[in-house]
Design a binder for this molecule. Structure first.
Ligand SMILES: Nc1ncnc2c1ncn2[C@@H]1O[C@H](COP(=O)(O)OP(=O)(O)OP(=O)(O)O)[C@@H](O)[C@H]1O
Ligand SMILES: CC(C)(CO)[C@@H](O)C(=O)[O-]
Ligand code: BAL
Length: 281
């Protein structure tokens, strides 16, 4: 596996790949890789000639300095996992080089970013859009792969790709879970054993909400799921929403949207986790 860190090296390399008419699949990550990331690498490999993975803990998308400082950084081990998974290129730039620019880019995603993650993490999606647009310019992928775990991020990136006329296909893959249902996340590494034991309740809350939505109105089902999660003192729920999976706006009735998503964010101690579930149509 080729490992590159400078912007000019990755640009030259992907230009060469493009000249050779090779199809490039791209998986952007922040590292501390797990099976969720590796499922995206596998998908990228199966549909492309060359798979590029980026690892960059992007400072501009963190709204909490401690969260940035404590984000797990395991580059050496990640490189081994990627090589084993058959990834062709690892791009791991420095923050200094990525942000040597003078201009601070500014995006406005309207209602899409006024809910959930956008509402609770000010500036987060501006940072995501900034770094992903820079990465797309550098890597020049034909396809880029993302996880459904960051459902709102995917919607924002879809909008960005359309608005900035990027010539690439976005692909979204399902959430990979631990055996007990907890969505895999790099931040799970930061949980204490006690917090880790309670963490699967988040997905159980979503499953309860899903089951109750078949029987009672949205507001009541939501209240019951919030009450369920409230019985675990370690869980500090930030939001639990029933939304239109495309617009991400809350729905009052599940029949009012073609696809409905159940989304939550919660703190276990200082660790903030997100999860979601798409209702079957
Ligand atoms: N459990 C998962 N299953 C499938 N894809 C995932 C999973 N977790 C993350 N991803 C996807 O991997 C890509 C990189 O995500 P990222 O590096 O932020 O990992 P993460 O585990 O979500 O970390 P964290 O949530 O702690 O920031 C994103 O597209 C994300 O949606
Ligand atoms: C897309 C991304 C790599 C941008 O930093 C990040 O938000 C992530 O890992 O989901
Ligand atoms: N996967 C989303 C990255 C973040 O939490 O900043």
């Amino acid at each position: 596996m080729l490992q590159l860190s400078s912007l000019s090296d990755i640009r030259q390399h992907t230009e060469k790949l493009r000249r050779e008419s090779l199809k490039i699949g791209f998986v952007p990550t922040m590292g501390a890789l797990h099976q969720g990331h590796l499922s995206l690498i596998k998908a990228a490999k199966s549909q492309n000639d060359i798979t590029v993975c980026s690892i960059f803990v992007n400072p501009t998308q963190f709204n909490n300095a401690e969260d940035y400082r404590l984000y797990p950084r395991l580059l050496e081990n990640d490189a081994l996992l990627l090589a084993e998974a058959g990834c062709d290129v690892l791009f791991a730039p420095s923050a200094e080089e990525m942000y040597a620019q003078k201009a601070k880019l500014s995006f406005d995603f309207g209602d899409l970013e006024r809910v959930m993650e956008g509402a609770h993490r000010p500036g987060h999606f501006n940072g995501v859009a900034t770094v992903v647009s820079k990465l797309f310019h550098l890597v020049k992928p034909h396809q880029a792969f993302f996880g459904q775990k960051d459902l709102q991020q995917f919607a924002i990136i879809q909008q960005m790709v359309q608005d900035l006329s990027f010539d690439l296909e976005l692909v979204c893959y399902p959430i990979i879970r631990e055996a007990d249902g907890l969505a895999m996340s790099s931040r799970n590494r930061r949980l204490t054993p006690e917090q880790r034991a309670v963490a699967p309740r988040l997905y159980e809350g979503l499953q309860l909400l899903q089951a109750r939505l078949r029987e009672v109105p949205v507001a009541q089902a939501q209240q019951e799921a919030v009450a369920f999660l409230g019985t675990f003192p370690e869980v500090r729920l930030e939001y639990l929403e029933v939304v239109d999976a495309h617009t991400l706006q809350p729905v009052q009735e599940i029949s009012s949207a073609p696809r409905v998503a159940l989304c939550l964010a919660a703190f276990l101690g200082e660790v903030r986790l997100i999860d979601n579930l798409l209702l079957q149509p």
